[in-house]
Design a protein around this ligand. Sequence first.
Ligand code: TRP
Length: 361
Amino acid sequence: MSKIILTGDRPTGKLHVGHYVGSLRRRVELQNSGEFDKIFIMIADAQALTDNADNPEKVRQNIIEVALDYLSCGLDPEKSTIFVQSQISELCELSFYYMNLVTVSRLQRNPTVKAEIQMRNFEASIPVGFFTYPISQASDITAFKATTVPVGEDQLPMIEQTKEIVRKFNAVYGDTLVEPEVLLPNNKACLRLPGTDGKAKMSKSLGNCIYLSDTEADVKTKVMGMFTDPNHLRVEDPGEVENNPVFIYLDAFAKDEHFKEFLPDYENLDALKAHYKRGGLGDVKVKKFLNNVLQSTLEPIRKRRKEFEKDIPAVYDMLKKGSDVARITAAQTLSEVKSAMKINYFDDETLIKMQSEKYSK
Ligand code: TRP
């Protein structure tokens, strides 16, 4: 069986370093590993509209931002098909049929949807489109017969829902769809990078994000202002590394080479942590190191972005071409789905023959 990746992001803002360690970095590695037969990367604008129905301009503006972020991280349209969800109408059609296989109570149990409903104050009146987006996400994944879905931890319930739909569909209509496997980040710090303020999640509204497209000066200001261990007041005090965002970021970003280059007094992160816990290591020194690590990671990304920014029409063209390619695969799957569901009346000769025999008697 071929190995196929599908994943994507909602275009509601520029992508930040949480997206990078949570998913983007891995995607590029997978893309370049040559282990996959096909890779589909989707800008999920239709899903973004499920909770931004009154703000289509925001979604529209961010398509290009996300596309630029993808390209600057090293996603390569020669190797990966990058496309825009709304341009593949087959996905809506699939969702409409999958809706028959999912109950309202099952959707209500989805923990990610639950949390989002709370966050958006949707409790009193939930838009149906938003409520059913896990079904639409199952369409995204199954339309491409994805075997592997690299995402962050918060997407686990969506993949679980997709698997259930696949099993149900195949049981009712015969083997048609492929059950996907989730691929989570392998490092705990990358599962959910906290905000620079130590809050559980980076979010634009909290203003605690470091964006991939931030300037060198912005990154430095944000790092130097980061929350650390609040009880680590004097340099001599012993400090805590767990729940300390500066160390969590180092867990996600720092490599041994970074120590050789920027902080040769320490062999690796374990040595730095040990010193911090013992006391005698100041936050400023650690933050300066983190800044160096981040700058050396982000600098090549920023540089590539500058190049792609020079030809924006070419980026839109890349998305259009990707969408044309993606549509072919989705249409093929939709046709198989409709045959399996027996809603292929006009290309089913045996049906037409049977019905005419019935009436010729
Ligand atoms: N839900 C994902 C997010 O919020 C975006 C997304 C839409 C997606 N469809 C998908 C991710 C299919 C993986 C597979 O970022």
